[in-house]
Design a protein. Structure first.
Ligand SMILES: [Zn+2]
Length: 84
C-alpha cells in the first residue's frame, strides 16, 4: 500500500487507514461535515513527514474533503498510530 514518490527525498508516511478512521470516528464523531463546504465525504491518506523547527520530523496523516479539497493534517501519535 506504500506510495512510491521520491521527489523531495522523504519517503511517504505509511498510514494505518482503518486505524485512522476509527480514531477519527471516536474523536470527531460520525457524520462530521467539512467546515467549508458542509459535505461529509472524507478520505484519509498518508502525508509526508513535516519538518519542524527542531529539525526532527513529525509523522502526519491527512484527512481530505473529497468535495472541496480542504485538508486537515493530524499528527499520527495523537491517533496512536504506528510511527516508523
Ligand atoms: Zn469540503
Amino acid at each position: 500500500m506504500a506510495e512510491k514518490e521520491g521527489s523531495s527525498g522523504l519517503p511517504p508516511d505509511p498510514v494505518d487507514e482503518q486505524g485512522a478512521i476509527r480514531w477519527l470516528e471516536e474523536k470527531w464523531g460520525q457524520g462530521k461535515t467539512c467546515p467549508y463546504c458542509d459535505a461529509n465525504d472524507w478520505g484519509v491518506m498518508g502525508a509526508r513527514r513535516l519538518l519542524i523547527e527542531s529539525g526532527q520530523t513529525e509523522p502526519l496523516f491527512a484527512v481530505a474533503c473529497r468535495n472541496c479539497g480542504n485538508t486537515v493534517l493530524i499528527e499520527s501519535r495523537f491517533a496512536g498510530l504506528r510511527v516508523e
